[in-house]
Design a protein around this ligand. Structure first.
Ligand SMILES: Cc1cc2nc3c(=O)[nH]c(=O)nc-3n(C[C@H](O)[C@H](O)[C@H](O)COP(=O)(O)OP(=O)(O)OC[C@H]3O[C@@H](n4cnc5c(N)ncnc54)[C@H](O)[C@@H]3O)c2cc1C
Ligand SMILES: NC(=O)c1ccc[n+]([C@@H]2O[C@H](COP(=O)([O-])OP(=O)(O)OC[C@H]3O[C@@H](n4cnc5c(N)ncnc54)[C@H](OP(=O)(O)O)[C@@H]3O)[C@@H](O)[C@H]2O)c1
Length: 459
């Protein structure tokens, strides 16, 4: 029997299992699907852990999420087209949920499909190699509870291990003798740690933005953000400011490229992550920066030199859950023989044309159009349910505008579902004043239905 290995039971891996299950429910005979997940439960990054450094098995902790993390984009742009938020929660909910609510949503669909039956938890994939005698793969897995390693044969391998877990950690002069704490955002767990302190945050992307805001919200005395290429340029609340790149630390004193200095007590490096696949042999291993169209992946999914290896969710991400779904439907249909791939030369040409366009993108607005077009192209040959993709493009534009208008207030806005058209209620408490991120409080009686019409709410 044909065997398919899915590595990882985060949102991407679960999307893959869901895609297969949808086909099974419609009468398709499935190959044997085995999902290996190194953690004891599903949800990937959304499965919050307090741990940092090494996990209970002595392996690097996968989780990079932290307490009080709220969605940084409207939930409408990531909604599963075949399992809406309204279906899951039984009522419309506000557009920017905290982590626990999104975790509930992602795993709710998986529970409904009873996907646990495909998954071997506490099982890490240690090595994947082509097996020239069969044309398939040898996959070495380790049971982390039993401590045993075994080798299994598979015909297809789908890698869904995420790429926001292995930190990119630069070093700057003076770090070694800095008397405070230097940490990467991967290890950031609770903004209370910096209450009353002067904090230096390095980076100018989503982690820097959110960790700076969080830290101020939960009591940091000041936050200085140091950027390498370009300031984020938002109208920051009092106590947060952006300065050019750090040149060195001298004791507690940070020196910046514009000649200014600040005394700081701690440093958080929000310097991004590395794609890391130490468990895949060289010939199959994706090597890429965090970009919208990584090299050597046809459709962003199929490994050019051997498309029986597929990667999910490896792009820099504006679209997430619905994008993973559409990728997973492509992978599924290839495995089921419903999707035929062109010649290797044509696939290479297609990759190159996307990457040529990627090279022309001038900023987030272009990036979003690019990724929406990618999602649209992927949807063409598979039967993923239709949703209003153009509405999500507009929503992204509005979201960008909202952030420019108020970086502390953009999460208080309301959007319409691209699947049902329903306008979300406005959350009962402005995000900047909401210190409780629990699902109970978020969903509680305090949440009021939007008194805005769809027209007033905008897209
Ligand atoms: C701090 C932070 C905040 C974010 N916030 C948002 C947000 O607000 N909205 C949004 O849409 N996205 C957000 N993201 C993006 C996030 O990447 C996606 O939402 C999503 O988690 C990606 O899913 P994934 O399944 O591809 O990867 P992951 O969620 O990383 O899951 C990968 C899974 O693979 C498993 N795995 C890894 N290696 C192995 C192995 N060798 N063997 C077995 N199992 C393995 C891991 O244990 C994990 O369960 C955020 C990311 C970060 C880092
Ligand atoms: N829900 C939320 O609120 C939330 C919060 C945090 C993160 N996230 C998600 O997490 C993912 C990762 O975001 P991220 O911000 O961690 O990574 P990222 O988007 O890859 O950004 C990395 C940043 O690090 C900077 N950098 C890299 N190397 C550096 C160096 N040597 N010196 C100085 N700066 C350096 C980069 O600067 P250059 O621009 O100069 O390259 C860039 O600003 C995203 O998908 C994001 O949406 C979501």
């Amino acid at each position: 029997m044909t065997r398919v290995a899915v590595i990882g039971a985060g949102p991407s891996g679960l999307a893959q299992l869901h895609a297969f299950e949808q086909a099974r429910k419609k009468g398709t005979d499935l190959p044997e699907i085995v999902c290996f997940e190194q953690q004891s439960d599903w949800g990937g990054l959304w499965n919050y852990t307090w741990r940092t450094g090494l996990d209970e098995h002595g392996a690097p902790v996968h989780g990079s999420m932290y307490r009080y993390l709220w969605s940084n984009g409207p939930k409408e742009v990531l909604e599963f087209a075949d399992y809406t938020f309204e279906e899951h929660f039984g009522k419309p909910i506000p557009s920017f949920p905290p982590r626990e609510v999104l975790y509930h949503y992602i795993t709710g669909r998986a529970e409904k499909d009873e996907l646990r039956r495909f998954i071997q938890f506490n099982t890490a994939v240690r090595w994947i190699a082509e097996d020239s005698s069969t044309g398939g793969f040898e996959v070495t897995v380790e049971s982390l509870t039993g401590g045993h390693t075994r080798v299994e044969q598979f015909d297809y391998v789908i890698v869904a291990t995420g790429h926001y877990s292995v930190p990119n950690v630069p070093s700057y002069e003076g770090f070694a003798t800095f008397p405070g704490r230097v940490m990467h955002s991967h290890d950031f767990r609770d903004a209370h740690e910096f209450a009353g302190k002067d904090l230096l945050v390095m980076g100018s992307s989503y982690s820097a933005e959110d960790i700076a805001l969080q830290s101020k919200k939960y009591g940091a005395r000041s936050v200085t953000i140091t950027y390498r290429t370009k300031a984020m340029g938002f109208s920051w609340p009092a106590g947060i400011e952006e300065v050019p790149l750090l040149t060195k630390m001298e004791g507690n004193t940070a020196h910046f490229a514009d000649g200014s200095t600040r005394d700081v007590a701690a440093i958080v490096l929000c310097t991004g992550y590395r794609h890391s696949f130490p468990f895949i042999e060289d010939a199959l291993r994706l090597r890429t920066a965090n970009e919208l169209y990584p090299p050597n992946l046809y459709r962003g999914v199929f490994w050019l030199d051997n498309p029986k290896v597929m990667y999910l969710g490896m792009q820099d991400q504006y679209y997430t859950f619905s994008f993973f779904d559409v990728q997973a439907f492509n992978a599924r249909d290839f495995v089921l023989g419903r999707l035929t791939l062109p010649s290797s030369k044509d696939m290479a040409g297609d990759i190159e044309s996307w990457r040529a366009r990627q090279a022309t993108l001038a900023g987030p607005s272009d990036d979003i159009e690019f990724q929406a077009d990618h999602l649209l192209a992927l949807s063409k040959d598979v039967n993923y349910p239709a949703f209003d993709l153009d509405l999500t493009r507009e929503q992204f534009r509005r979201w960008e505008h909202d952030k420019e208008e108020s970086i502390t207030g953009y999460r208080d806005k309301s959007f319409a579902s691209p699947c049902t058209g329903m306008v979300s209620p406005v959350h009962h408490t402005p995000w900047w004043e909401e210190f409780d991120d629990s699902m109970a409080t978020f969903m509680g009686d305090g949440s009021k239905q939007a008194d805005v019409t769809a027209a007033q709410a905008g897209p």
